[in-house]
Design a binder for this molecule. Structure first.
Ligand code: SF4
Length: 239
């Protein structure tokens, strides 16, 4: 079968451990108000077979070292779990690790479970803290995300959780406390990282001639992000 790709980023360091090769897949079930990649929403993009993809990536293997590898991101990579599942044996043969960067907003099919089970690391975006806010700001509810998180706990999968902090929506300690409640006692979670809202994707909304719900929102100030991250780190240390 073929996978559908938006773009690739060689030698990235942000999405997972070590030196990564970012594989951005096409298609997403969510419509997050703060999305900076609206061009990944719809199906389409460049096609590759599992073999072609791994051949393309293998050129970068010497840079990955012990911890690096590839990160499937998007869009929502687990929408194409069947394709990733077919790619896993090729990655194993090439001795290349993979991480999955997901919203968790997927049905836990056998393909999804297989892909999560075989990942080196899962990066789960916890976008909001309850069903109401999920629906309001992403268009979908929280239940599948919680199911995915519970599955990661069950299989003891190394998980990093991330939340985008958006001015005027979730940029207060009181609100961030709600996310910490969701993550409490989730032993698979090694790290909880806050990311600041930025405006780098605004031009895409203009070019695509779609409404940008955040057009009047300024980027989150770095100092404020630092304060909130310190709050999170302190709260998570508490017994
Ligand atoms: S899940 Fe990611 S790609 Fe999809 S709408 Fe949200 S921010 Fe955009």
């Amino acid at each position: 079968m073929k996978g559908y790709f938006h773009s690739f980023e060689s030698l990235a360091t942000l999405d997972g451990e070590g030196i990564r090769y970012g594989v951005f897949m096409q298609g997403c079930p969510l419509r997050c108000v703060y999305c900076h990649n609206p061009d990944t929403w719809e199906k389409g993009g460049t096609e590759f077979s599992p073999e072609e993809l791994v051949k393309k990536i293998s050129r970068y293997k010497p840079y990955f070292g012990k911890d690096g590898g590839i990160t499937f991101s998007g869009g929502e990579p687990l929408l194409q779990a069947e394709f990733i599942g077919e790619t896993v044996p090729y990655l194993k043969d090439a001795e290349i690790n993979y991480a999955i960067d997901t919203s968790g907003e997927v049905h836990l099919s056998d393909d999804v479970k297989y892909v999560l089970q075989n990942a080196q690391l899962v990066i789960l975006d916890l976008k909001f803290w309850d069903d109401e806010s999920y629906k309001k700001y992403t268009g979908m509810g929280i239940s599948k995300v919680i199911d995915t998180l519970e599955f990661l706990v069950k299989i003891k999968k190394r998980t990093w959780v991330r939340t985008v902090v958006v001015p005027g929506i979730n940029d207060s300690e009181d609100i961030i406390r709600n996310y910490i409640e969701v993550l409490k006692n989730k032993r698979c979670v090694e790290k909880y990282e806050l990311l600041g809202f930025h405006t780098m994707g605004f031009l895409k909304y203009e070019n695509m001639e779609i409404k940008n719900p955040m057009k009047d929102t300024k980027p989150l100030k770095k100092e404020h992000l630092k304060e909130l991250q310190e709050f999170v780190d302190n709260e998570l240390k508490k017994p």
